[in-house]
Design a protein around this ligand. Structure first.
Ligand code: FES
Ligand SMILES: [Fe+2]
Length: 472
């Protein structure tokens, strides 16, 4: 990376980020094929990764494949109701046990099925039960009866659940998932993600590195420059804070005098100086409608629309928010959607959205979440599999039926706001290749999640660590 002479670099620690020191990181992580190979060797086989929502594999025998880089994993719901996961490879001569074509736009997202009692390899017929044990080999005597169960079983993968998601780790020595999620997991779980269900789910093959894509959703610093229409009713100043592997961002105010403890998430009042009864409604309506009807709910938007009729003209922003939340909560309760009681200490820390290492982003609320996951696509560092989905708490029995829908990155498919994000991502990927780019200058207050991603990636990859900028 080209750096101006006056920058001298030092390594960066979590405490440096807490102190909001200036930092940069190399662009190798986005551009280099060697780095992509290093991710295959040292990142993906070592980290806990979200596979799918639990409700997608509800019954004994339900199974699916999860694919990332060169790895393919089979996840199965066994007859006893527990989950089991294996590398999708036959121990005989290495055929994929289940054939998984490359993800194909509009055609293949993953491979899944039901009522599976055993897996039979299509090449020579070796067979495996739900525990991955080998139950059939043609002519085992030809190996002089020396094949042992350990040599002929499937390679097991760790599987666990959190927040209604199925996770896997290919690392036999992986720390428990709960420990991996840490405080971020506790805070998000207080929002009862496990009781939410898909509202919609979409994916695309997109022309940028997977990190370029996830970073486009890690920080609200870009809102003023990218989503200018959103500024009419709200300010998007944000803090960000590392939580070890994971990191959070939340709405903030530039002047300390105006700070309130409840302003971190989407249920906030509109801009100072406007009638909060109106601006709160306009802000949430605009967000909801232009982010593909997510990051809030119909209940919240409707309750906000009544604020002007239900509250006096001189209601303060604090009173407006309290009334709005209370009436939405009541409306939801009447239709059988009971909000979680979120402890105050959790509320204070919970912010607007979490970057979950390495490749997820969850923007959460009491009854909804807008989520992103990005994976590499093939061996091209300039391509990714981009996924976004909305979760919501529905009255029992009213959960919509959804499946992964391939959607070209247009405003029509994804909403006006995501289309604006898409309009940057491809050109960030291109711009970073410029010989005139001296390296990123992330905002130490607002874009700490991005710095934290690179700090943690470097722990796995062994290169690419952010460095401090000492400007003389
Ligand atoms: S490769 Fe699977 S049985 Fe031969
Ligand atoms: Fe955006």
């Amino acid at each position: 990376m080209n750096k101006p002479e006056k920058f001298t670099s030092h390594g960066i620690a979590a405490s440096d980020m807490d102190a909001e020191k200036l930092a940069t990181y190399p662009t190798t992580a986005f551009l280099s094929r060697d780095y992509l190979e290093a991710e295959k060797a040292r990142l993906w086989p070592k980290v806990w990764q979200m596979v799918e929502r639990e409700e997608d594999l509800p019954n004994p025998g339900d199974w699916m494949t999860y694919n990332v880089a060169d790895e393919s994993i089979i996840v199965l719901r066994k007859d006893d109701g527990s989950l089991k996961a294996f590398h999708n490879v036959c121990p005989h001569r290495g055929r994929q046990l289940v054939s998984v074509p490359d993800m194909l736009p509009g055609k293949v997202h993953d491979v899944r099925g039901n009522q599976r009692k055993s897996f039979v390899c299509g090449f020579h017929g070796w067979t495996f039960n739900q525990d991955g044990e080998n139950t059939y080999i043609l002519d085992p005597q030809d190996w002089h009866n020396k094949l042992t169960p350990e040599m002929t079983c499937l390679s097991e993968v760790k599987v666990d659940t959190w927040g209604g998601f199925i996770y896997i780790s290919m690392d036999p020595d992986a720390a428990p998932l709960k420990q991996w999620m840490g405080r971020a997991g506790e805070i998000l779980e207080a929002h009862e993600l496990s009781k939410m269900r898909y509202k919609w789910r979409q994916w695309a093959i997109y022309p940028c590195n997977w990190k370029t894509a996830i970073e486009a959703f890690l920080e609200p610093y870009h809102v003023a420059g990218t989503h200018t229409q959103l500024l009419a009713y709200g300010d998007y100043y944000a803090y960000s804070k590392q939580f070890g592997l994971h990191a959070v961002s939340g709405y903030d105010v530039r002047e300390a005098d105006y700070k309130t403890e409840t302003s971190g998430g989407t249920t906030r009042s509109g801009k100072a100086g406007l009638d909060p009864r109106v601006s709160t409604y306009e802000l949430i309506r605009e967000n909801y409608e232009t982010v593909n009807y997510s990051a809030s709910t119909e209940t919240l938007v409707k309750a906000a629309s009544r604020l002007k009729d239900e509250l006096p003209e001189d209601a303060t922003p604090g009173e407006v928010i309290a009334h709005w939340i209370a009436s939405a909560k009541k409306d939801d309760a009447a239709r059988g959607v009971i909000w979680p009681e979120i402890p105050e200490d959790v509320q204070k820390e919970s912010g607007l959205a979490w970057g979950l290492f390495p490749n997820q982003n969850i923007l959460h609320g009491a009854t909804y979440a807008l989520c992103y996951r990005v994976r590499p696509y093939g061996d091209d560092p300039s391509k990714c599999v981009f996924e976004s989905y909305a979760l919501e708490r529905f009255p029992e029995g009213e959960e919509p039926e959804t499946e992964w829908v391939y959607a070209e990155p247009t405003a029509e498919n994804w909403g006006a706001v995501l289309e604006q994000d898409f309009a940057n991502m491809e050109f960030v990927q291109k711009g970073m290749k410029s010989s005139g780019f001296r390296g990123p200058l992330p905002n130490p207050h607002q874009e700490q999640k991005v710095i934290n991603l690179h700090r943690n990636l470097a722990e796995y990859i062994g290169e690419g660590a952010p460095t401090l900028l000492d400007i003389e």
